[in-house]
Ligand binder design. Sequence first.
Ligand code: Q5B
Length: 264
Amino acid sequence: GKVRAPTHIISTISDDRGEEPCYAGVPMSSIVERGYGVGDVISLLWFKRSLPRYCTHFIEICIMLCADHGPCVSGAHNTIVTARAGKDLVSSLVSGLLTIGPRFGGAIDDAARYFKDAHDRGLTPYEFVEGMKKKGIRVPGIGHRIKRGDNRDKRVELLQRFARTHFPSVKYMEYAVQVETYTLSKANNLVLNVDGAIGSLFLDLLAGSGMFSKQEIDEIVEIGYLNGLFVLARSIGLIGHTFDQKRLKQPLYRHPWEDVLYTK
Ligand code: Q5B
C-alpha cells in the first residue's frame, strides 16, 4: 500500500493547494460572493466555523472600538517614538504592540478566565474581589487610568447595549457589572474597562451561541484567544500613528529633562 511520509507541519485552518485559497474549507470566492466581512474571516480562521451574524457583527464592533485610543496610551506612544526614530512601518508597529499585556489591552483573556471561574463557582462579587485581593492579584478587566464611575467608557456601554439587544444571554456580562458595582464602592477608578467588557461578553457569545461545546469553550479560554482581538484592532491604529508621524515629518523624539525626576 501507499506509505505516507511523516509531515513536519500539521495545519487545519487554511489551504492554498487548489484553484483558490480556502479558509476553514470555505473558498475565497464564496467569502466574497456571500458578502462576508472581517468578523466572518476571523470566525473561520480563529474558530474554524461560520458564526451567526450577530456574533460576527459583535467581533467587528470590538475591532472598530479598539482600533485606537489616541496618542497618549502606551502602544501609540511607543509607535510614535519609534516612527520618529526613523524606523520602518513594521518596527514602529511591533514596538507599539509589545506594550500590550496585563495592564494595557492584554487583560481580556485573564478577565474571561477569572470572571468565568468566579461566576461558575457561584462566588459573590465580594468573595471574588476580596479573594483576588488576598492573593495580591488585580482584577483583570477592572480599572482605568482616565475613566471613572462618573465618566464611564463609552465603548463599554456600546458593547453592552449591542449584547443586551442581540445575545440570547448576557449572564457573564451581568456578573462583571455586579463586580464593577462592588469595586466602584471601593474606588471611583475601578470601572469595568473595555478589556473586561469584551472578556465577559465573549464568554456570553461562546456559551449562548450554541456553536461551541463546553470543552471547546474551556479550551478557548485556556489557550487565550481573546487578547488577539485587541492586538488585531490596535494594529489598525498603530499603523495609522506611524503614517501620521511620517506625514508630519516629525523629528527624533527626546523626552524633556523637566519631566524627569532626577534623584539619588
Ligand atoms: N486597583 C488599568 O491603574 C490599570 C485594580 C485595583 C483591584 C484592579 C489598573 C489595572 C487591571 C488590568 C486591566 C486593561 C493599570 C485596562 C486598556 C486599554 C485602553 C487604555 C487607555 C485603550 C489602571 C490605584 C489603586 C491601587 C490599586 C487599585 C487598580 N486596579 N484593585 N483590581 N483591577 N487593571 N487593564 O489607574 O490601595 O492605592 O494600592 O491594572 O484590566 O488598557 O485608554 O488608557 O483602549 O488604549 O494606574 O483603554 O486598573 O491605578 O495603579 O494607581 O492603582 O487601585 O491596587 O490601590 P491606575 P493605580 P491602593 S484598559
